[in-house]
Structures are given as C-alpha cells and as structure tokens.
Design a protein around this ligand. Structure first.
Ligand code: DQA
Length: 144
C-alpha cells in the first residue's frame, strides 16, 4: 500500500528550530525513520515537506488519487486552513494528523484544529515517535 506523509510550514527547520518543543531530530532523520517503519509494515512511503498551503492542497488531492492512506503534520496550517480541511475530506482516504509537540499543553491558538474533524485520528506530544505510531495506526486501518 502507498502512504503519503506530508509536512507543512517550518518543519524543514527541524533540528535547529525550538529543540525543546520539537526535539533535535531533523526532518530527514524523521524521513529515514519513516522509511524503515514503512519497510517493516510493507508500506510504500512518499515523504514530502512544503511551506506553501496550496502545494499541500495539491499533494493531498494527489494522495487521494494515488495513495491508500495519509499521514499529515500540517504544522501552523492546522490552526488556520479550511482549504486543507476540504482537501482531506475530498481525498476520502484514512488520514492521521500528527504533531510533534502536545499542542494542548501550549498556547490557546494551537488548541483548535481544522484537520482533526476530517482525520481518522490524531497523535500529538510524542515527538518523532508520533510518525512511527501514525504509520502503525494507519496500517491497521487500511488492512484491518
Ligand atoms: C506542530 C504544532 C503546530 O502548532 C506548529 O505550528 C508547528 C508544529 C507540531 O508538530 O508540534 O509548526 O504541528
């Protein structure tokens, strides 16, 4: 099965960006971990990052056409983007929302997500491990 793992704005800065909040692993480190987990679970991983909201929308549409599942860390767009909400709804494939940090333990503006209502489930607060957990979760959903 093919799984898209999409990452939103500023996640290219992981490793140097607020390591107390987000951990010291870089996004390439997370990608490597996802590829290993993907091999174990027999999942084909397409891993991408962009800072541009519309590109995320394009990629979510592409995932709807080509993939069996979506793991997405929409980063700050989580809290602002109706376009991403609509794209995930339209893609109609099992979607896991991931956040490295526990957004509920942070500022109030991070407590609302436009993505959660269209996600199958949400994982937050476990750092890079959340991506592994998301892949395990999605593999049980696409192959129950
Ligand atoms: C984040 C949490 C968001 O609130 C924030 O804007 C991010 C990263 C996380 O992974 O913890 O950029 O999605």
């Amino acid at each position: 099965a093919s799984i898209y793992i999409l990452n939103g704005p500023n996640l290219n800065l992981l490793g140097t960006r607020e390591p107390d909040e987000y951990g010291s692993l870089t996004l390439s480190g997370i990608e490597m971990m996802c590829r290993e987990v993907g091999e174990d679970l027999d999942l084909d991983i397409e891993f991408r990052q962009t800072n541009v909201e519309g590109i995320l929308v394009d990629w979510i549409q592409e995932a709807g056409d080509l993939a069996q599942g979506l793991v997405i860390n929409p980063a700050a767009y989580t809290h602002t983007s109706i376009a991403i909400h609509d794209a995930i709804r339209a893609a109609d494939i099992p979607t896991v929302e991931v956040h490295l940090s526990n957004v509920f333990a942070r500022e109030a503006f991070r407590h609302h997500s436009y993505v959660s209502p269209v996600a199958r489930g949400v994982i937050c607060g476990f750092g890079a491990t959340g991506y592994r957990l998301a892949l395990e979760a999605i593999s049980t959903v696409i192959r129950p």
